[in-house]
Write a protein that binds this ligand. Structure first.
Ligand code: HEM
Ligand code: HEM
Length: 186
């Protein structure tokens, strides 16, 4: 089943979910490592370019993910969840979806406003143009701070989200995690 069913996730949702999850987890770790103050400048330059390339890939996939989410039906919650739990998980999912767009956009904005004006090479294949924003140290600092706060905020939410999924699987023994791992007929 490619599309979501009334109480199941389809393969498109599942594949997008896990590909994006792996990409974002890697970008969070890479972003943290490459901004350590004692890192070698040459290595830092390379890591920044890798971070930007994977970051643009994440942005593209997250746009597709949000469009797919808007166009898809949303499977009903598994049995046994209280109304409060349903609303809490829905709110966290919406917040995560918004942050998966906001984080790469602020990254793109900080690269675009930098007075160093370093081009963003997409895996050394093409140059992704800067956003039409004025370059200044103030703007770069602002976008850098926004990028870091939103990225670590996303990390915290994802940890909460993953902990909830594991809690459902190992403590409550319900189908919440399993239905995001494989698609089935309803
Ligand atoms: C960066 C990492 C992640 C992001 C951005 C993310 C995002 C999302 C989003 C937006 C949904 C809602 C899907 C929908 O309604 O169509 C979702 C559902 C889900 N996620 Fe994640 N997720 C991440 C990591 C994880 C991890 C690590 C786990 C498990 C350990 C997990 C388990 C689940 C499960 C089980 C659901 C289905 C919940 C339900 O049935 O309502 N996710 N995720
Ligand atoms: C979902 C995608 C992304 C995630 C999760 C992410 C995450 C991070 C994290 C955690 C940091 C370290 C923040 C700090 O400790 O100061 C960082 C820094 C950075 N990110 Fe991203 N990022 C993403 C996308 C992007 C994109 C698309 C770009 C540019 C096109 C970008 C450009 C940068 C740059 C240039 C820095 C270094 C900022 C500095 O000079 O301190 N990021 N990112």
């Amino acid at each position: 089943m490619l599309r979501n069913g009334p109480d199941t996730f389809g393969w498109v949702t599942i594949l997008l979910h896990w590909t994006i999850a792996i990409l974002i987890a890697g970008l969070l770790v890479l972003g943290y490592i490459m901004t350590r103050p004692d890192i070698d400048p040459m290595l830092q330059f390379d890591l920044f370019q890798w971070h930007k390339s994977f970051g643009f890939t994440a942005l593209g996939l997250c746009i597709i993910r949000v469009l797919w989410w808007l166009a898809s039906r949303h499977p009903v919650a598994v049995a046994g969840l209280s109304v409060r739990e349903k609303w809490a998980s829905f709110a966290v999912h919406i917040l995560i979806l918004c942050l998966t767009l906001a984080v790469p956009f602020t990254g793109w904005a900080l690269a675009s406003t930098s007075t160093l004006d370093i081009p963003s090479f997409y895996f050394n294949l093409v140059v992704i143009p800067h956003l039409p924003l004025d370059k200044s140290t103030v703007a770069e600092t602002l976008w850098t701070t926004a990028h870091a706060i939103l990225a670590y905020g996303l990390a915290a939410l994802v940890l909460l989200h993953a902990a909830a999924a594991l809690h459902h699987h190992f403590i409550r023994h319900d189908a919440v995690l399993v239905r995001m791992l494989r698609s089935r007929r309803s």
